[in-house]
Write a protein that binds this ligand. Structure first.
Ligand SMILES: O=C(O)CC1=CCC(=O)O1
Length: 265
């Protein structure tokens, strides 16, 4: 396992492909680790350097106590990873909160980001009160208590019916996330309103959303894409909140076409 030291402690990452290749950095969603990209990464054009990482409190990455950090720290961790690897000008592919990290990184460290692919994300996700209620429910009942409801937002009914064994693994991934990582990220998302800073961004941007996304519905993602001049938006049919799991070929095709258009491959 590879690790970089950031303000969080040790952050786990995976670094694949030629070291002199153009970089794609993947940033995961709430309650998932870097395996969420397992089906997409191998479908990308050869020659890219593909870096994935586990944000604080997800996968084996360290996590300071919740309440002591926020979205800016998630962004700083991503920046510290790229700085440690000597990377500039990456295409950052962010899923949900990972997409907020991508937006924050593009705003704070434009030298690190050549383009963004925003997957099932928005500049503002949900009301602070909704995140406060989620935190209270999980503090009372644990992640187990809401895992089935989360699966309904992550995956289409078809996936949940036809892939029951695999569904168990995604559910386990969620329920085994550290509470500091999960609840700290819930608070970070609840506090984050990136609409002003994202509207100032000027960089190549692709936005996609599963047509059955129950967490960040297509219209919300479309609204965020509309903040950035020239950003393109595509609906991904047959996917919930995690098109990288349900429709990896379609997502990889969009990513590849986007990277070709902006000269990244
Ligand atoms: O748990 C959900 O509803 C899905 C989600 C919201 C933000 C994120 O990263 O995942």
């Amino acid at each position: 396992m590879k690790a970089v030291t950031t303000g969080a402690g040790s952050i786990h990452f995976r670094d694949e492909g030629p070291k002199d290749g153009r970089v794609v950095l993947f940033s995961n969603s709430l309650g998932t680790d870097l395996r969420v990209w397992d089906r997409v990464a191998p479908l990308l054009p050869a020659g890219l350097r593909v870096i994935r990482y586990d944000k604080r409190g997800h996968g084996p990455s360290d996590c300071p106590p919740r309440g002591t950090w926020g979205m800016g720290d998630h962004v700083a961790d991503a920046a510290a990873l790229l700085d440690a690897l000597g990377v500039k000008g990456a295409v950052v592919v962010g899923l949900s909160v990972g997409g907020q990290i991508a937006q924050g990184l593009a705003a704070e460290r434009p030298d690190l980001v050549h383009g963004m692919a925003l997957c099932d994300t928005a500049a503002k996700i949900g009301a602070p009160s909704m995140w406060g209620e989620r935190i209270q429910t999980i503090e009372a009942d644990g992640l187990e208590g809401m895992a089935d409801a989360v699966m309904e937002r992550w995956f289409t009914k078809r996936f949940r019916t036809e892939k029951k064994a695999e569904l168990r693994l995604w559910r386990n991934m969620l329920t085994r996330t550290s509470l500091d990582g999960y609840l700290g990220s819930c608070a970070a998302i609840g506090d984050a309103d990136l609409r002003e800073s994202t509207a100032r961004l000027r960089l190549p941007t692709l936005a996609v959303c599963g047509d059955e996304d129950g967490s960040t519905p297509p219209d919300l993602v479309r609204e965020t894409a509309a903040l950035i001049p020239g950003a393109e938006f595509h609906l991904i049919p047959g996917a919930g909140h995690l098109p990288c799991v349900e429709q990896p070929e379609i997502l990889a095709t969009h990513l590849t076409q986007f990277m070709k258009r902006i000269g990244h491959v």
